[in-house]
Design a binder for this molecule. Structure first.
Ligand SMILES: Cc1cc2nc3c(=O)[nH]c(=O)nc-3n(C[C@H](O)[C@H](O)[C@H](O)COP(=O)(O)O)c2cc1C
Length: 450
């Protein structure tokens, strides 16, 4: 049977993927940008629109890092506004389990689920370091090992809150309006090292029972969290064999939790560059990559890893032949920062030597390697191959332009995926985001906890 492709649309404006120098580049704050992007993705019948989140402006060498996006509006407010101008597409926001409280976040997401008629989703990220923590009252709260302990408890409490209302909790009374049935709302009580909760949830059961849960961490703990709680993984594993390996690893974690393979979709981040011919697409890809990784972007990227001043280096020259400074940190607030440390430098040197990469070539390879480059037919067939051969269940597509990043893909590639029989040709009325993602991933409504 032909496996069906799932697509998510990643709003641009994160890291150096977005090309701000393009004459058509728009604002990452104006609602018009979000609206255009959401309507385009809905025209392309995507499962959901996805917003990443950064809770603090990044800094580099004592200054605000201003080579890419600076400033983002609040995720839930944007998604609520988008709910009013769209009809079918899911609305997924990245929201931290480290710097939010379960009760408050659960009610905001349940509210979004009501407002959107069952289209809400939550990318639960752990995003913790002392730098982000300083924006919150707890300072550098939570070391890395405790992040997933909190995330796990956060998710469990949220699910208990979402399922705490009986379906028939409210009874209409003929004479005086609405009353609650006896035992209509389960009290949620949890006392752990990290939480002390005694709550009666104030938002009635929402259309999906609970929002779709997405996960985006890569560690073993992150993968286990996904196996326990997530409906979708947004992964960085995109090279075909690596993607297949990741796919097997994560799907293999499901059986012991009583879940079947299809209940967790894996949608790696991907970029597509199209052309009328393969050669034209390759040329465009190179131009876009050079705009994504300007010389100063490449130098800054290396500075973040080495923790040194490389302003005197030529981005078109070889890697600096110096050791990293492992003393005080000068780069702050970059997701996955912990992964970019000393051990990685040897790997980068090896890669640069093997490929004869300049600094800029290396950074393009690491941050702006376009996943699919070619004619629309080639790109459609590659996307299909990943899905049919179980390297992914689809993709989280990242456009390089705000807000037009997915216009061309939607116009030219989506119809070809449909012709292949592996992509939907319409939305059905009343479908929730859980419905779009496939056969009920997990029971939408968890048993009430009392
Ligand atoms: C593909 C991908 C996208 C991510 N996007 C975000 C994001 O938008 N905001 C955020 O705070 N963290 C983001 N993260 C960071 C993760 O939430 C997590 O904090 C980090 O990867 C550490 O978890 P790990 O040790 O399991 O990898 C992302 C991670 C990955 C792999």
């Amino acid at each position: 049977m032909t496996r069906q492709i799932h697509l998510a649309a990643h709003f641009p404006g994160v890291n150096n993927h977005t090309v701000w120098t393009d004459p058509t580049a728009g604002s990452q704050i104006d609602f018009a940008s979000f609206e255009h992007f959401a309507r385009t993705a809905e025209r392309g019948l995507f499962d959901y629109l996805f917003l990443a989140e950064g809770l603090r402006l990044r800094e580099h060498r004592g200054r605000i890092h201003d080579l890419d996006v600076i400033g983002r509006p609040n995720t839930l407010a944007v998604l609520a506004a988008l709910a009013a101008v769209t009809d079918h597409i899911g609305l997924v926001g990245t929201l931290s389990t480290t710097f939010n409280e379960p009760y408050e976040l659960a009610r905001q997401l349940a509210t979004l689920d009501h407002l959107s008629g069952g289209r809400a989703g939550w990318n639960a990220v752990t995003s913790s370091d002392a730098f982000h923590g300083a924006n919150f009252r707890r300072g550098g709260y939570l070391a890395h090992p405790d992040r997933y302990v909190r995330a796990e408890q956060f998710a469990e409490i949220s699910k208990a809150l979402w399922s705490s209302w009986r379906d028939d909790a409210i009874v209409a009374d003929a004479t005086s309006g609405e009353f609650l049935r006896d035992d209509a709302i389960a009290r949620v009580q949890r006392t752990t090292r990290l939480f002390g909760i005694d709550a009666v949830f104030d938002v009635p059961g929402s259309p999906q029972g609970r929002p779709v849960i997405v996960q985006a961490g890569d560690s073993a703990d992150g993968r286990d969290f996904a196996a326990a709680h997530a409906d979708v993984i947004f992964s960085g594993h995109i090279d075909f064999e690596d993607a297949q390996q990741f796919y097997r690893d994560v799907k293999g974690r499901l059986a012991s939790r009583g879940r079947d393979e299809d209940s967790l979709k894996i949608l790696p981040g991907a970029m597509a560059v199209l052309g009328d011919t393969d050669a034209e697409a390759r040329e465009r890809s190179r131009e876009i990559a050079l705009a994504q990784v300007r010389p100063e972007t490449a130098i800054t990227y290396l500075e973040q890893i080495w923790n040194r001043d490389f302003s005197g280096y030529d981005a078109d020259g070889p890697l600096p032949d110096v050791e990293p400074d492992t003393g005080s940190e000068s780069a702050q607030g970059f997701a996955n920062r912990h992964a970019a440390i000393r051990g990685r430098i040897a790997q980068l040197r090896e890669l640069a030597a093997a490929q004869n990469f300049s600094i800029r070539d290396l950074v393009i390879h690491l941050t702006a390697k376009h996943t699919f480059v070619g004619t629309p037919a080639h790109v459609a067939s590659e996307i299909d191959r990943y899905v049919q051969e179980r390297a992914s269940d689809g993709f989280t597509l990242i456009g390089h332009l705000v807000p037009h990043g997915l216009d061309e893909f939607t116009e030219k590639v989506v119809p070809l995926l449909q012709e292949r029989g592996s992509y939907r040709t319409s939305y059905e009325d009343g479908e929730t985001l859980h419905d779009l993602l496939g056969p009920a991933p997990v029971t939408a409504r968890e048993p009430a906890v009392r």
